[in-house]
Write a protein that binds this ligand. Structure first.
Ligand code: DGY
Length: 322
């Protein structure tokens, strides 16, 4: 009998994929830096029992309609806004993601981005790269302090809590806004719950750790930036879609807020011609929140484990619930 097909939508390390090859026929999109084109995905998915997918792949009704054998989509990300989970559920397709294994790594990057933005680190690096350093001067690249300031975390999931933990080391006051309160985090980290309005008004650093949903789409808009302090920074390491980017651009341009650190964008990838990437007061990164070798290996292994479990008729380790 032919082995069931697992389709992997990006080139992943052989040692990880070899975990699947004994029982399954693994087909892989062999590119590292180019996402699988939609028409190729549509074709491959017709035969596949499992897909190991990336956040750059879209699974909507049109794609899922082609997937007559598909049992599981294992998404290599904690976010799964690229997948119509409801449509999967109605077709009996299990969706899994990769929470927990990337929490600390993503929190490291988020806090690093906050520091880089406040202390103008990339701009300062450019001064040397561009031979512009003429002398030491008292206010050259003068940035903003981070220690003892107020951080406001919007979306207090595991990564939000891990960011808050880092903030305790900088003696920051920690505010958070979340769908539900987190009494343990309040006790352990000294975090205080705040309404969104209060958090925006009081924070020196507003940090978005929100998933992208119908409710969060575009929620950081002109009105939100108007509420923030003029000296405050907006940091986003979640999903670009939670921000109205034109409003953010205008808010920084008009000096309604001081700047932003962005690891994610509404339409990725962006280039140097993106309006936000052209502002000195924006530190823009190419969506590298969970990108360390160890963590990406752990994420890929978790996807493999989830696929094996579902195809063996067991519960996956990290199912996504609609
Ligand atoms: C995630 O896991 O959702 C991240 O954005 C991937 O880097």
């Amino acid at each position: 009998m032919a082995k069931p097909i697992v389709y992997v939508t990006r080139k992943l390390p052989t040692e990880i994929i070899s975990e699947l090859t004994e029982k399954y026929q693994v087909k892989m999109w062999e590119e590292e830096e180019v996402p699988v084109p939609g028409d190729v995905l549509m074709k491959e998915i017709t035969q596949a029992s499992a897909v190991l997918s990336m956040l750059t792949d879209t699974f909507d009704e049109e794609v899922l309609n082609m997937a007559s054998q598909l049992k599981v989509i294992a998404n290599l990300a904690v976010g799964y806004d690229n997948i119509d989970v409801k449509a999967c559920e109605s077709r009996g397709i299990t969706v899994t993601n990769t929470p927990d294994v990337l929490t600390e790594t993503t929190a490291d990057l988020t806090f690093g981005l906050l520091l880089a933005t406040a202390r103008r680190i990339p701009e300062s690096v450019d001064i040397i790269r561009n031979d512009q350093w003429k002398t030491w001067s008292p206010y050259m690249m003068a940035g903003s302090d981070v220690h003892q300031k107020t951080i406001g975390i919007v979306g207090m999931g595991a990564i939000g809590e891990a960011v808050a933990k880092r903030a305790t080391g900088f003696d920051m006051d920690i505010l958070y806004h979340n769908r539900n309160r987190k009494p343990k985090a309040e006790e352990k980290l000294g975090a205080s719950y705040a309404s969104l309005e209060e958090l925006l008004a009081k924070s020196d650093f507003v940090v978005s750790m929100l998933p992208l949903t119908k409710e969060t789409k575009g929620m950081f808009d002109a009105q939100a930036f108007d509420r923030m302090k003029q000296s405050a920074f907006f940091i986003n390491a979640s999903r670009g879609g939670v921000v109205n980017e034109a409003d953010l651009y205008q808010a920084i341009k008009d000096e309604k807020i001081r700047g932003a650190g962005l690891d994610v964008f509404a339409n990725e990838p962006i280039g140097s011609n993106h309006p936000l990437a052209q502002l000195d007061r924006v530190v823009a990164l190419p969506h590298i929140g969970s990108s360390t070798v160890d963590t990406r290996n752990r994420m890929a292994m978790l996807c493999v484990e989830n696929i094996k479990r579902v195809l063996d008729g067991m519960e996956p380790l990290t199912p996504v619930k609609n």
